[in-house]
Ligand binder design. Structure first.
Ligand code: IMP
Ligand code: MG
Length: 179
């Protein structure tokens, strides 16, 4: 695995190996299997960033479940714009179903808050949150996170679904921008 990568014009240093990522995904899968047995939860993965996390997590989940996708966008370059646009909303009937949001990373929490309020309009039987990465130093909201894979420093990351202006999503490991 490479120690650093250059994407567009920026240099990123290795932060989390794919081995640690897979360990974190396995831990989340085990907890969800235990907590949602016989409940047939509906996973709602937040595109684009969470596509790899969702795919790997669902392959490890043993209980009966369903998955769908929503799409929002808030980042421009390496910074959150603070404004969240819904590009694909909820298309499923969520009424009385347990929903588990799948996020690649929770940063300020703006996206999560917007996604939560959108989902709650559909009257689900509870909404849980599973995020692979969490930046505690950047988090500005009160919403509790039910499943967190790994806490990471408040740096801009690429890899495993996370991009910098479209590139870097296919990296197996996570790289951080040196500030
Ligand atoms: P938030 O709204 O500030 O919590 O940011 C959430 C969304 O911004 C995530 O779902 C990601 O898609 C994107 N994002 C946040 N931090 C990073 C990062 O370090 N690298 C790439 N994308 C990020
Ligand atoms: Mg995202």
């Amino acid at each position: 695995m490479r120690k650093s990568v250059t994407i567009h014009n920026l240099k990123f240093m290795l932060l989390v190996s794919s081995r640690r990522i897979q360990g974190a995904v396995t831990n989340i899968a085990k907890k969800i299997d235990r907590d949602f047995k016989n409940q047939n939860p509906l996973f709602l993965a937040v595109l684009n960033g969470s596509f790899l996390f969702a795919a790997d997590l669902l392959r490890k989940i043993k209980i009966e479940c369903e998955i769908s996708f929503i799409k929002v966008s808030s980042y421009s370059g390496t910074g959150s714009t603070g404004k969240v646009n819904t590009l694909i909303g909820v298309n499923e009937n969520l009424k009385k179903r347990p929903v588990i949001i799948l996020e690649d990373i929770v940063d300020t929490g703006n996206t999560l808050e917007a996604v939560m309020s959108e989902i709650k309009k559909h009257n689900p039987d509870g909404v849980s949150i599973a995020t692979l990465f969490f930046k505690p130093e950047a988090y500005r909201k009160k919403i509790a996170l039910d499943y967190v894979g790994l806490e990471v420093p408040d740096k801009f990351l690429v890899g495993y679904g996370l991009d910098y202006n479209g590139l870097g999503r296919t990296l197996e490991d996570i790289y951080a921008l040196e500030s």
